[in-house]
Design a protein around this ligand. Structure first.
Ligand SMILES: Nc1ncnc2c1ncn2[C@@H]1O[C@H](COP(=O)(O)OP(=O)(O)OP(=O)(O)O)[C@@H](O)[C@H]1O
Ligand SMILES: [Mg+2]
Length: 259
């Protein structure tokens, strides 16, 4: 059962660039979130994809902002609607913890900047993850690289998981045939004898109990998720976690440094 969200949107800090009109808000827990609201131009249903897929990213140890549900009341959403000229709806919104920090600055994402990130080794986990969740919208803009200007070190973050799990379609439509590597970014980061070992192991941590726990946190009615979709997604993941490694092994030829 869905319990009322514990985080309320308190202050509207601005808008992010994006087709779903993501907004930046301060939550009642003192943290900032990039939020996607009900009634956004990409459809309310992407909120469920973002939430579930964000949780799967965490299980697979893909660097990705942690996800939460941030509640918008009617008067707050009225203010946002006036500010951004849209008609979002009040209720639970999807929140992605805003990546920020003292001396942190976003740098352009390209092969060179990816290669020098301190967490570049986790790129293979991202490839496993993108195949599993059938991410059809991976592009450099969805890899945020933050550089610490004092230490010079940088990290990558994988963001935007709305266009996964069939995007606008029901989770009922997910099949194993959709599991293959669409992620064509930075194959040069895949190297060594067993580059996907960690990602493949982490797949086994996606147990039915954990999936049930994640699905149990969703505000189903508000985010337009029928019960049949939850069963379909559980069934898909139970099999997909074993199918994904085979799909990646079959694509070995694409990675010249995978020996
Ligand atoms: N948690 C976050 N912390 C910092 N920046 C973020 C975060 N989430 C998203 N962004 C930034 O905001 C941009 C827009 O977010 P996102 O891609 O999720 O929205 P969108 O509506 O799907 O956009 P598009 O239609 O362009 O894909 C991202 O490209 C990224 O630069
Ligand atoms: Mg996007």
């Amino acid at each position: 059962m869905f319990l009322p969200a514990e985080i309320d949107a308190l202050i509207h800090l601005g808008s992010m660039n994006g087709g779903s009109k993501p907004q930046l808000v301060l939550g009642s827990n003192g943290k900032k979130y990039v939020v996607k609201l009900m009634g956004n131009p990409h459809g309310t249903r992407i909120l469920a994809n973002e939430y579930v897929v964000g949780k799967l990213a965490s299980i697979l140890d893909v660097p990705s902002p942690s996800v939460d549900i941030v509640y918008f009341d009617q008067s707050f959403v009225n203010g946002v609607n006036t500010a951004v000229q849209h008609t979002f709806r009040a209720g639970p919104a999807f929140g992605s913890l805003y990546i920020e920090g003292e001396n942190l600055q976003a740098v352009p994402t390209n092969s060179m900047s990816m290669m020098t990130t301190s967490n570049a080794k986790k790129w293979t986990n991202a490839i496993v993850f993108d195949a599993l969740v059938q991410n059809v919208d991976l592009k450099p803009a969805h890899i945020v690289i933050m550089k610490n200007l004092s230490s010079g070190s940088s990290e990558f973050w994988h963001v935007d998981h709305g266009h996964c799990l069939g995007f606008g379609n029901s989770w009922n439509t997910l099949t194993n045939a959709g599991i293959f590597i669409r992620n064509r970014l930075y194959p040069e980061l895949v190297s060594g004898a067993n580059p996907f070992e960690d990602g493949f192991q982490k797949l086994q941590e996606i147990t039915p109990e954990r999936v049930d726990g994640i699905l149990g946190e969703l505000p189903l009615a508000e985010w337009e998720v029928p019960g049949s979709d939850m069963i379909a997604l559980s069934n898909y993941l139970a099999i997909a976690k074993d199918v994904t490694p085979n799909a990646i092994m079959r694509a070995k030829g694409r990675f010249s440094k995978w020996v």
